[in-house]
Design a protein around this ligand. Sequence first.
Ligand SMILES: NC(=O)C1=CN([C@@H]2O[C@H](COP(=O)(O)OP(=O)(O)OC[C@H]3O[C@@H](n4cnc5c(N)ncnc54)[C@H](OP(=O)(O)O)[C@@H]3O)[C@@H](O)[C@H]2O)C=CC1
Ligand SMILES: CC(=O)C(=O)O
Ligand SMILES: [Mg+2]
Length: 752
Amino acid sequence: MSGKNKITREEALSYHLEPTPGKFEITPTTPMTTQRDLSLAYSPGVAVPVEAIAENPETAYDYTVKGNMVAVISNGSAILGLGNLGALASKPVMEGKAVLFKKFADVNAVDIELDTMEADEIIKAVKLMEPTFGGINLEDIKAPECFIIEQALKEQMDIPVFHDDQHGTAVICAAGLLNALEISGKKIEDCKIVLNGAGAAGIACLELIKTMGARNENCIMCDTKGVIYKGRTEGMNQWKSAHAIETTARTLEDAMEGADVFLGVSAKGAVTQDMVKSMADNPVIFAMANPDPEITPEEAHEVREDAIVATGRSDYPNQVNNVLGFPYLFRGALDIHARAINDEMKIACAEALAKLAREDVPDEVAMAYGRKLSFGRDYIIPTPFDPRLIHVIPPAVAKAGMETGVARRPIIDMEAYVHSLRARMDPTATILQSIHARARKAQARMIFAEGDDLRVLRAAVQYQRSGTGTSIVVGRENEVRENLESAGLGDAFRELTVVNAANTKHLDAYRDFLYKRLQRQGVDREDAYKMAARDRHVFAALMLVHGHGDALVTGVTRKSAHVLERINKVVDATSESGAVGITAVLNKGKIVLLGDTLVHEWPDENDLADIATAGAGVARSLGLDPRVAFCSFSTFGYPVSERSQKMHVAPQVLDARGADFEYDGEMAVDVALNASVMKKYDFCRLSGPANILVMPARHSASISIKLLQEMGGATVIGPILTGVEHPIQVCSTTATVSDIVNMAALAACSAK
Ligand SMILES: NC(=O)C1=CN([C@@H]2O[C@H](COP(=O)(O)OP(=O)(O)OC[C@H]3O[C@@H](n4cnc5c(N)ncnc54)[C@H](OP(=O)(O)O)[C@@H]3O)[C@@H](O)[C@H]2O)C=CC1
Ligand SMILES: CC(=O)C(=O)O
Ligand SMILES: [Mg+2]
């Protein structure tokens, strides 16, 4: 695969293999722990909603998951641009679409692969599934069968049926084109438009663009046989015929001459640089074939600097991909219990997307992409991780649906609806995206201290191959090579820099530095020398302080207390020197920071105030407004206990310091995190649930994190080591490859 972020075959396969095969699982939302739960969820209790639904079918939206459940259906006949590889092979794409539905719009989706090429069989199978779902997303079914299937199902079904490759693509393409033409200063009705690929996506894109004002005689459609002209007989069907025009052009090359717009939904490499050269001024090129575009942005820009280029991929600017549409179209449709997704809803989606890209981009989005995005040639359409999409697009879609009579249950309070959509947003992706984007900007040389650990090596390879920076691995060359080979990453050995005491020319400097630092701490010269050469945490920290790397990640092979003690031989990372460990816990769409999870064993009230301040700093760096709760088993002085006294006093320390963030305490965790419990204490100074929990001691902090991780399935990032002069992050011994990569990215964010 090409592109800036090199993805290897091995990485793609292991992403799908681990931690369990595939990309999602199904989780219950109601308790199922007691005899009573069983009686309610199953027999006899379940009989009650059964009878209610039999009496009034609309109540299925109240008593079952139907109203938030979409089927992603394919027969694998046009998997991306890979062609007909069959139903089973399409499963990774369909599982992927299901995950995108969930992650971007909190829509539950399951993939259903139907092993048939017969349109009638698909129509029958899908129609029979109507009771189960609130909507049907058809995916990667080739033309022309897809037109017949969608049309029949729309007529027969009373829920939205939407072929994503047709309308999802058309909507995004239209949104992008509106903006691209505004930038190039052209009017759609004057543009000469060439569309390559007369299939599902192509026909739908051209139809929508003509509805928006493009003139029939100005649009040339091509397929594998070349231009679709009036009178052509080969490889035709009624849908292509509808777009056939009188023209002397016969090949794509002929068609491209003087064209203002090229839209590609065909196949990799279909467009040449010569074709691009022959286009009009400020040409718009949407090379949307996946996974590889018709022409890469580099190739297009090489011959035409004035081109506005978009692709379907996420590793270039301007991603014109239906991922920007289907999650939000269905969110809006489901929320009004829609009977269909009609043209007005699609156009509302396209207009809302186009408008969003022209608006000022909030800092949180800029932070997620590591650069300020502003409407222009490299930003014609919002980016998929834009957190505004979830609360801007579905209301526009829902409103259009309500106005055109497809809503079974219209939304009364739009403002409350927008608010509820915001709450559906899972901040995890935005936050991680932001960390990685800032890391990529820093381009830090990352020292991975534990080159004998396979997870570390895989993380080092990922860090470098993803373009985040350069990986320096501390380890023996032979061992590193063998380990990489065993992981199928043999070719990565040449890419990584492997450093050890035997091959560095700086060992003498490292030794002298260490001896000088430790000579008054009872360490003699020989021991210091040995430590410098033999202890990889020490060796790696020495590299860092000498500027032979920009940041350091370690801790995967030994307990963090041991690692920290070793690192302290070289740099000051103690409670006395201001170091604090803050751990981010992400779960169910919420993020909470806990501290101190690494450095302070038993903090006093002054230390607690320091921890709160460090936590506030981390929160701000993640784009959050800090709200600190000093946690205890007691709340605002009751029950009185010697153990909670310091938690009671810590806010007063911050008062005296004039801290510039919200804090209060002491309080129990339910008061801190649950707005309705907090309300009982109307004098509480927090304006909302806390997002930083300062814990009484390291043990309570650590116990809480591990409980949340093990029992609640939370994602944990950290402990994030702050207050240390050099960027060092200490992973846990249970860290996965992606945990290590996240920690490396965090370290890179604070690299100078
Ligand atoms: N960025 C996005 O969001 C999306 C991108 N796509 C991409 O669009 C492409 C087509 O998908 P889809 O419409 O579902 O598939 P279909 O199978 O329905 O249609 C494919 C069409 O492309 C034509 N075609 C194939 N190769 C070439 C070529 N080298 N030159 C000219 N025409 C060609 C075919 O011609 P013929 O009729 O002669 O066989 C056919 O008309 C895929 O690459 C897909 O990844 C699709 C949906 C969304
Ligand atoms: C993006 C998409 O749906 C496709 O390429 O088929
Ligand atoms: Mg598709």
